[in-house]
Ligand binder design. Structure first.
Ligand code: MSP
Length: 642
């Protein structure tokens, strides 16, 4: 029997359109679900919407709509967003569905009948945005919610209560005996401290709220929205219904992935409901950090007006750039800051430059030096990339099993970096010229292509389009990248020599960052000394120069001259050829892999019959010394120099 993996996201309030912070939870859960599925585990991934309660009731009212119509519209937009992000959920539960409502009523009735729920009265405070009851002593000064900081409301209502107090000791024991139950550690400690302070019985019904599931035996009450919502994790599996086969197959959940502000509900109220029902507890609740917005470090929220629409980002940068950014940027568990600049940087550096160029260079070299067919390694494999790939896979697995998604990606990018370096070290363009080194050339090109083949498989949990594109360019059937059994697909040597590669578009076109205010727009200084014979120019004149960082892909002497080298460059994913008079100063192999600076908008011209598109910058002295302008720190090729 395959191992099973049941993973859930919180169910989302359909009160507003979702922002990039919400997408963070769901994309992370999706990557984990895809990872387990890819390993062949019997995986179930649940998400959905939390549609009842006072908050939604009010939002519908403000919008002048019936609650049902109001939520229907937003739920449709949420589903569209998940589609755009390729969220691979197996089920989407809405708490307004009859399958859920019936099961929640059954749970409530059962708890009432066994005496764990009793009729009482609630007098205290309520935070509507968090849907949370607060006793006065816990409030922030000035009557604000200790969780979200917004104003709370005074409440006095007849209310059913749930005996949390009765189960506090059992819960504490469970948490202490199961160190993995609440993670990360910091949240676990917080919860232990919270429970040790003592748990009060919880109000679990409202009379003032009509938009909720009625208490079946007392319809003047609706069931408290958190009892309703938390139950989704089992009602979606058919718990308590005619057909509970999914429940028997998948419960207990292996992972409830939640934002840190709702860990308390998931590790106190939810397990106590389950303890009272005599059902097993989830194996783990993991509370991740928030994606904060901008420099102020604020949590993204509609009321703060700092929301970022993920659909706009997907449209602008592509789904894999957005997914990669979310999964890579924030170490799981910690808070992270969202900025669009960081997204652009990640895309340009990790995706366009590192991964994109690796594929581009590999396929181009197979085209040029091996007639477009993956060569036979012919026993010349030095094992360098084979070992790097094995290490990266092991690192990725280990990190994913600990939910360290960003670290898992970092493990994979190690091999991307290693392979790019390997190209520079091995300089296949030199091997190609040496008839005695053809076996070696074949082995080098083979291991690069094979590295990319395996890497694409390992990327399938994270990226939804790129792995297919990589396989396609390698001449493989793209559908196999997700379907070939993991062990086979990641075993070194799977790529058949003779496979015809298909050169395609760059994986990730470079994104041009918008130019900030040009420096030097201010007053002319007037006092600067100007060397004789050099005319002063305006900033506008300087701006006419398009100076760019370029990476040297290959270099070779231009026949019949001693002075000229023909360089093939990569400028932000664009290939470019430049002829330069530096042959007396640099050997071709010294240049390969270097980051240099070129004038990119020079009119093309021919030197000794070879076209040159631009010119590189070098410093020289009167007595003939010459030094190339290179970068002091690596930046993506294509970056502007100014
Ligand atoms: N409806 C409740 C959950 C009920 S689960 C039984 C809820 N919904 S929510 O729509 O407000 O939030 C859904 C998830 O999105 C939560 O895990 C929350 O932490 C997450 N995020 C919302 N904003 C976020 C960020 N800015 N950053 C990261 N995650 C954030 O809570």
């Amino acid at each position: 029997m395959a191992e099973k993996f049941y993973i859930t996201t919180p169910i989302y309030y359909p009160s507003d359109r979702l922002h990039i912070g919400h997408s963070y939870t769901t994309v992370a859960a999706d990557a984990l679900a895809r990872y387990h599925r890819r390993l062949g585990h019997d995986t179930w991934f649940l998400t959905g919407t939390d549609e009842h309660g006072q908050k939604i009731e009010r939002r519908a009212q403000e919008a002048g709509k019936e609650p049902q119509q109001f939520v229907d519209e937003i739920v449709a937009s949420i589903k569209d967003l998940w589609k755009a992000l390729h969220i691979s959920y197996d089920d989407f539960i809405r708490t307004t569905e009859p399958r859920h409502e019936k099961a929640v009523q059954a749970i409530f009735t059962r708890l009432y009948e066994q005496g764990d729920i009793y009729k009482s009265e609630y007098e205290g405070w309520y935070c509507t945005p968090c849907e949370t009851f607060w006793v006065e002593s816990k409030l922030k000064e000035g009557k604000y919610c200790p969780d979200c900081g917004r104003p709370v409301e005074r409440m006095r209502e007849e209310s059913y209560k749930f005996r949390l107090s009765k189960y506090a000791d059992r819960l504490l024991k469970h948490i202490e005996e199961h160190p993995d139950f609440i993670q990360p550690e910091s949240r676990r400690n917080e919860m232990i401290a919270f429970i040790r302070q003592g748990l009060e019985d919880l109000s679990v019904s409202r009379t003032a709220v009509r938009w909720g599931i009625p208490v079946p035996f007392d319809p003047a009450h609706t069931i408290y929205v958190w009892i309703d919502a938390l139950s989704n994790y089992v009602t979606a599996l058919g718990y308590g219904s005619q057909d509970d086969s999914l429940y028997r197959r998948y419960w207990p959940a292996d992972l409830h992935l939640v934002g840190k502000e709702i860990v308390r509900f998931h590790t106190i109220i939810w397990p106590i409901i389950l303890l009272a029902l005599g059902e097993p507890l989830p194996k783990q609740v993991f509370g991740h950090g928030w994606l904060l917005f901008g420099t102020a470090g604020e949590k993204m929220s509609k009321s703060k007006g700092n929301v970022v629409d993920p659909l706009v980002l997907i449209d602008r940068y592509g789904v894999d750039a957005v997914r990669y950014y979310l999964l890579r940027e924030v170490p799981f568990g910690a808070d992270g800051t969202y900025t669009e600049d960081a997204l652009v940087l990640r895309t340009n550096v990790d995706l366009a430059n590192d991964l994109g160029n690796l594929l581009n260079r590999t396929v181009a070299m197979i085209d040029r030096f091996a007639g477009g067919k993956v060569p036979d390694p012919a026993g010349g494999d030095d094992g360098v990339l084979r070992e790097a790939v094995a290490e990266a896979l092991a690192g990725m697995r280990e990190n994913m099993d600990r939910l360290l998604i960003s670290d898992a990606l970092a493990s994979l990018w190690k091999v991307v970096g290693r392979a790019n370096k390997y190209i520079d070290e091995q300089a296949p363009w030199n091997l190609a010229r040496d008839p005695g080194k053809q076996d070696r050339l074949g082995a080098v090109l083979y291991s690069l292509a094979e590295t990319l083949r395996v890497l694409a498989v390992a990327l399938t949990p994270f990226l939804v389009e790129t792995p297919e594109k990589i396989w396609d360019q390698l001449g493989l059937d793209p559908s196999g990248v997700r379907t070939e059994p993991w062990d086979e697909a990641t075993r070194w040597g799977g790529l058949r020599p003779g496979t015809a590669v298909r050169r395609g578009d760059p994986l990730f076109p470079r994104i041009e960052a918008e130019r900030a205010e040009a420096p030097g727009d201010g007053e002319p200084a007037g006092t600067a000394e100007v060397p004789e014979g050099v005319a002063l120019i305006d900033y506008a004149d300087f701006q006419k120069l398009d100076l760019r960082v370029a990476r040297v892909l290959s270099a070779e002497p231009v026949p019949k001259t001693d002075k000229l080298l023909r360089l093939e460059l990569d400028v932000g994913g664009e290939p470019r050829q430049i002829v330069s008079g530096i042959a007396e100063h640099y050997r071709p192999e010294e240049l390969v892999g270097r980051l240099i600076v070129i004038v990119a908008n020079l009119r093309p011209r021919k030197l000794r019959g070879v076209e040159s598109h631009g010119m590189l910058l070098a410093a020289s002295t009167e007595n003939g010394e010459l030094s190339l302008v290179t970068l002091d720190r690596p930046l993506p090729s294509g970056s502007r120099v100014r």
